[in-house]
Design a protein around this ligand. Structure first.
Ligand code: PLP
Length: 412
C-alpha cells in the first residue's frame, strides 16, 4: 500500500488503481502490460497525444539551460515568447499574459484581476455572476463561483456569495433575460463562464449565440467577461477557443490544461488592455499582488511554445474536423440504443446520458462502469449518468470503435 492520497478517490471502497508505466499517443500501458486507450485525455489535458515528440524535445533541451527562475524582477525568453504567441492566438483585445500553474490558479487570478479592476478605477462593483452547473476548480475561490453540492458542502462556510444565472435551455432566452436583469442593477463586477461546454457539470452544452448574447449584455452594462477556457481551449470544441465560435472577445481568458499539450503544468490568465491599465500606476497599491512559486516555469513555457509551434505548422483544423466527424458517427449509432438519451457533441467532445432508473443506482454504477471500461482496455470516467468521450487528437477510428463499443456494451 502506498502513502498516496488520490484525488476524487474513496479509498475505503475503490480497488487499487492500475499502475501506469508508459504513456504514448492515445495509449497508456500498465505494469502488467495492458494497453488502455486514454479516452478522457487524462482529465482533459492531453491534446495531440501523450509524449508528443516535439514537446518532449523542448522539455529536454530547455532543462539543459534553465530550471525555475524567480519571475518577479527577472524574465526569460520562453515566457516572453510564449506571452507574445498567446496574445497573437487569443481572441482580439487580450494583450497581457499572467502566468500561474493550474486551471484553478488561472481562474483565481482572473477573479482577482476583475475585482482589482473595479477597485483601482474607483468603482464599487464587487459581485460575481456565474452560470448554474459551472465548474471552475477546487480552491476556495473557484469553488465559490462553481456549482455547490456534495463535492464542496463541507467547505460552504468558507465560500463567498455569488449571483447565479440559469443554465441555458433551448435558445437561452431565459438565461439572457435573467442576466440582463442582474447586470442592469449595476453591481456586477464580472461574469465568469465556461464557454459552450460545462465540463465537470456533465458536458452540458449551449449554443454559441447564447455566449454571444451574454457577451453583448456584459458590454452594454460594463460587466467584465471572464472566459474560463481551461477545458475548452486548444481545439477541444472544434476551434482554437470556444469563444471563437461566437466571435466573443472576453476581458479575461483563463487557459491551462491543453496549454503545454498536456505534458507539464502551466497556466495563463490573459487580460485586456483596460484590465491591465487599471493596475498600471505610480501608486504602488494598485500593483497586482499575486504570484505562485513556480510561475512561468521556463521548462513548462518551452513545452507550451512547442505546442504553439504545432498549432502553427500542423493541419490542426482538419484534424479537429475529422475527429468531430468520427465522434458524431459513433454517437449517432449509440443514439439508437434505447438505454441512452441526450446525445450531444461540441467539436471533439461527445457525450450521452444513461437513462437513470433511480439515484441510488448511480452511486453504485460509477465504479462498476469504470471497471467495465478498464476490462475493455478503455479509460473512461463517467460524470454521474453522463458518459463522455474526450480523446487526444491522435486517436484513430479503430480506437474510437473500441471506446464506443465498450460504452454500448455496458449492461448496468
Ligand atoms: C479543470 C478545470 C479547472 C481547474 O483546473 P485545475 O488545473 O484542475 O486546477 C478550471 N476550470 C475548468 C473549466 C476546468 O475544466
Amino acid at each position: 500500500m502506498s502513502a498516496v492520497w488520490h484525488p476524487f478517490t474513496q479509498h475505503a471502497t475503490e480497488p487499487a488503481p492500475p499502475r501506469i508505466v508508459k504513456a504514448e499517443g492515445a495509449y497508456l500501458t500498465t505494469d502488467d502490460g495492458r494497453q488502455l486507450i486514454d479516452a478522457i485525455s487524462s482529465w482533459w489535458v492531453t491534446t495531440h497525444g501523450h509524449r508528443q515528440p516535439q514537446i518532449m524535445q523542448a522539455i529536454r533541451e530547455t532543462s539543459d539551460q534553465l530550471d525555475q527562475i524567480i519571475f518577479a524582477g527577472l524574465t526569460h525568453d520562453p515566457a516572453d515568447r510564449l506571452a507574445d504567441a498567446l496574445v497573437e492566438m487569443a481572441p482580439e483585445g487580450l494583450t497581457r499574459v499572467f502566468y500561474s500553474d493550474s486551471g484553478s490558479t488561472a481562474v483565481e487570478v482572473g477573479l482577482k484581476m476583475a475585482l482589482g479592476y473595479w477597485r483601482h478605477t474607483g468603482g464599487t462593483r464587487q459581485r460575481i455572476a456565474v452560470m448554474e452547473h459551472s465548474y471552475h476548480g477546487d480552491t476556495i475561490g473557484t469553488m465559490s463561483v462553481g456549482e455547490r453540492g456534495v463535492f464542496n458542502a463541507a467547505y460552504e462556510p468558507l465560500m463567498f456569495r455569488v449571483d447565479r444565472i440559469p443554465f441555458p435551455q433551448g435558445d437561452g432566452r431565459a438565461t439572457l433575460d435573467a442576466f440582463e436583469a442582474l447586470a442592469a442593477g449595476g453591481e456586477i463586477a464580472a461574469l465568469i463562464v465556461e464557454p459552450l461546454v460545462l465540463g465537470a457539470g456533465g458536458m452540458m452544452m449551449y449554443p454559441a449565440a447564447v455566449l454571444r448574447g451574454l457577451a453583448d449584455i456584459c458590454h452594454r452594462h460594463d460587466v467584465l467577461l471572464v472566459a474560463d477556457e481551461v477545458m475548452t481551449g486548444w481545439g477541444r470544441t472544434g476551434q482554437m477557443w470556444a469563444c471563437d465560435h461566437a466571435g466573443v472577445s472576453p476581458d479575461i481568458l483563463c487557459t491551462s490544461k491543453g496549454l503545454t499539450g498536456g505534458a507539464i503544468p502551466l497556466a495563463a490568465t490573459l487580460a485586456s488592455d483596460r484590465v491591465f491599465q487599471a493596475h498600471y500606476s505610480t501608486d504602488r497599491s494598485k500593483t497586482f499582488f499575486h504570484s505562485s512559486s513556480y510561475t512561468a516555469n521556463p521548462i513548462a513555457c518551452a513545452a507550451a511554445l512547442a505546442n504553439v509551434a504545432l498549432w502553427r505548422s500542423e493541419p490542426m483544423q482538419d484534424r479537429l474536423d475529422r475527429l468531430g466527424k468520427m465522434q458524431q458517427e459513433r454517437l449517432d449509432r449509440l443514439s439508437a440504443n434505447p438505454r441512452f438519451e441526450n446525445p450531444r457533441r461540441q467539436g471533439t467532445i461527445a457525450a450521452i446520458d444513461l437513462k437513470v432508473r433511480d439515484g441510488g443506482y448511480l452511486a453504485e454504477a460509477g465504479p462498476k462502469m469504470r471497471a467495465h471500461f478498464l476490462d475493455r482496455g478503455v479509460l473512461l470516467r463517467p460524470l454521474g449518468n453522463t458518459v463522455y468521450v474526450l480523446p487526444p487528437y491522435c486517436v484513430t477510428a479503430d480506437d474510437l470503435d473500441q471506446v464506443w463499443g465498450a460504452i454500448a456494451d455496458w449492461q448496468g
